[in-house]
Design a protein around this ligand. Structure first.
Ligand code: SAM
Length: 252
């Protein structure tokens, strides 16, 4: 997969994507990441990329022409079709479902805003969709672009080792939250013991316990996710037992 990022700070994206799973994905040739700086496409001695907003008011607005020329250069760098995505607090919220959809594409072009944002005419003419990483305002789109790059890169085939498998991750497993995880030591003098079932060697019992924890956690922390997932009869029974145990009326 190829991701091109238009940003006034290409080094930010390069650094954020240099380590861990995303860094390895690049090394293995699973992901090609290239930054493009609109300033390199700006005219004049000052290489100006922003100007004052019409109508007055605070802040600056990113100008059409440097972005347009930069985008044309990025598009021409590869023949694969690529949607242009503007990272924006006004966009559709990023979800794991959306991440999966983006990860299946051969190429993405991400546009990072700064200042008050980008001239609306450029957005209308060139942008296919807007994505937000949450209901808060960042000072630039780079952090949001780095989030998209990370989430999408780790879903590329071969990016994750077995130990990091995405299958059980939150939102992947029927839209549920992940179960709790434990490692050595099995007993800790202050923080307690690992649940017995995880050391029982009974794989069916372990799978059942993990599924129940996923269901229970989702019910406790994100009940909205349960509304969206279709629970089997067995799932409903596991969840009922979890709830009963919590209420002190039964066993989990
Ligand atoms: N005036 C804009 C508004 O209120 O919609 C916010 C501009 S913000 C200070 C500068 C840039 O940061 C935006 O152009 C966008 O690229 C990025 N940005 C800010 N918050 C974001 C969010 N929640 N998700 C994605 N990008 C964001």
């Amino acid at each position: 997969m190829r991701i091109d990022v238009l940003t006034l700070f290409p080094e930010f994206i390069a650094q954020a994507a240099a380590v861990g799973v995303v860094g390895r994905a690049q090394e293995r040739g699973l992901l090609t990441l290239q930054g493009w700086n609109p300033r390199d496409y700006a005219e004049g001695g000052y290489r100006r990329v922003d100007d004052r907003p019409f109508g007055g008011g605070p802040g600056m607005v990113m100008m059409i022409e440097p972005l347009r020329a930069c985008l044309a250069a990025a598009r021409a760098a590869d023949s694969a079709p690529a949607p242009v995505i503007y990272l924006s607090p006004q966009g559709q919220p990023l979800t794991q479902r959306k991440v999966r959809e983006l990860a299946a594409r051969p190429r993405l072009i991400l546009l990072c805003g700064r200042y008050e944002g980008v001239d609306e005419r450029l957005l209308e003419a060139e942008v296919d969709e807007e994505i937000s990483i949450g209901d808060y305002v960042l000072s630039g789109g780079e952090l949001a672009a780095a989030v998209v790059v990370d989430a999408v890169a780790r879903l590329q085939d071969g990016a994750l080792g077995d130990a990091e498998s995405a299958v059980q991750d939150s939102f992947e497993n029927d839209g549920l939250l992940d179960c709790p995880h434990y490692t050595h030591p099995a007993q800790h003098p202050e923080l307690g013991d690992v649940p017995d079932v995880l050391r029982s060697g009974n794989h069916a019992a372990i799978a059942r316990w993990r599924r129940q924890q996923s269901l229970g956690r989702t019910w406790l922390r994100r009940p909205d996710l349960l509304d969206e997932s279709t629970l089997s009869k067995a799932d409903r029974a596991l969840l009922a037992a979890f709830r009963a145990a919590r209420d002190g009326q039964g066993e989990s």
